[in-house]
Design a protein around this ligand. Structure first.
Ligand code: PLP
Length: 388
């Protein structure tokens, strides 16, 4: 490989670009995780997480990837043989349901076409039909990172309430938290699962569970085996700013800085920024004459756009050309859309000119890979970016 110059464009939908401020914060010396200075850091990050999740309840932080936080959500609230209702919105929803099966849960999977989010009407229908209340939890991936489709969690909550069903609501926000409007308390979510390396602008390595009163109560009787993931000792130690085991100290330094950055920008402004960049991206894709995978206007993801290529073209070849020529990484198609789509991440530490550069690289790559494009999508996107 020839030596590259300038910054690599990491435009996959996670891990995302880590701001220099966060990297600098993480380079501070590691401290005693049982000492007095640590408790100040611990409480500051735990308090700072609440507003991002939209909760006044506990947020459990694990030294783990998002997958670990998935397991924690299931293991703390459910018992062997319990039924969970899941939806095939895409690759990540399927991975979560396989994990549930592996842990000894029964999964009632609603099939999907990977172009739509969770249908609140189907949620209501399924739960109304479950008169014996066999379903103990409804699992929803808020932003399906494999497809660029964002499910309407508030409407899913209303559907559960209309059905009068007591199931817990477990939501994966690994690629939405800190980028897309989200309200754990207001939407009545019981466990919100998240991770550090997407909207929170950190390197991979932290997993999160925001936990409702109802989920805490369920954890007292749930019998799936758990030890490392057990909320109780963590929440107890967190009261004073500590963890029952060695936490990821330097990632917590980074988290403290990232939370300050989100707070300084203002969460409503952060959400609006992501919406605006997503709109400009879609404008470019439409001008190119290519198809967006998400098929419902209400469900377009603010954090990534998955682009479907005409059948005779290989999306991985387009990504390969773009990486080789322009040093930019784009997201691969996963699972059943492998080779058919590529994904542009426009989340986290990102601005107008990052988007302009990203779309320029994509447009040149499409030309070089011989994918026919109709119009100059970059100019269309730039015209959108000239507007507030
Ligand atoms: C990235 C992602 C995951 C997996 O998280 P890891 O940190 O790779 O374990 C799960 N769900 C969604 C929606 C994701 O975007």
């Amino acid at each position: 490989m020839p030596r590259t110059t300038g910054r690599h464009f990491l435009q996959i939908p996670g891990p995302t670009n880590v701001p220099d401020e966060v990297l600098a914060a993480m380079s501070a010396p590691t401290i005693d995780h049982r000492g007095p200075d640590f408790a100040v850091l611990g409480r500051e990050v735990l308090d700072g997480l609440g507003p991002v999740f939209g909760t006044t309840g506990p947020v459990v932080v694990y030294p783990s990837s998002g997958t670990g936080a998935w397991e924690a959500a299931l293991a703390n609230t459910l018992s062997p043989g319990d039924t969970v209702l899941a939806f095939e919105t895409g690759h990540f929803a399927l991975l979560w349901q396989s994990m549930a099966t592996a842990l000894g849960l029964q999964v009632d999977l609603v099939p999907g076409d990977w172009r739509h989010g969770v249908d609140p009407e189907v949620v209501e229908e399924r739960l109304r039909a479950d008169t014996g209340h066999e379903v103990k939890a409804v699992c929803v991936v808020h932003n399906e990172t494999s497809t660029g489709v964002t499910s309407r969690v508030a409407e899913v909550r209303q559907a559960i309430d209309r059905a009068g069903h007591p199931a817990l609501l477990l939501v994966d926000t690994i690629s939405s938290l800190g980028s897309i409007d989200y309200r754990h308390d207001e939407w009545g979510v019981d466990v919100t699962v998240s991770g550090s390396q997407k909207g929170l602008m950190l390197p991979p390595g932290l997993g999160f569970n925001a936990v409702s009163e109802k989920a805490l109560a369920a954890s007292r009787t749930a019998t799936l085996p758990r030890s490392y993931w057990d909320w109780e000792p963590i929440i107890a130690a967190n009261q004073r700013g500590y963890w029952p085991y060695t936490p990821a100290t330097n990632l917590l330094y980074g988290l403290r800085t990232a939370l300050r950055m989100l707070d300084e920008e203002g969460l409503p402004e952060v959400f609006a920024r992501h919406q605006r960049h997503a709109e400009a991206t879609r404008a470019a894709v439409r001008a190119w004459g290519l198809e967006i995978l998400c098929a419902d206007e209400r469900e377009h993801s603010p954090v990534l756009t998955a682009i479907l290529l005409p059948e005779e073209h290989d999306a991985d070849e387009v990504r390969r050309v773009i990486l080789e020529r322009f040093d930019m990484s784009l997201g691969a198609g996963l699972g059943r859309v492998a080779g058919k789509v590529f994904r542009i991440g426009h989340l986290g530490h990102f601005n107008d000119l990052t988007l302009a550069g990203t779309l320029s690289g994509v447009q040149m790559g499409l030309h070089l890979a011989g994918v026919p494009v109709k119009e100059d999508g970059v100019s269309v996107a730039l015209a959108r970016l000239e507007q507030p």
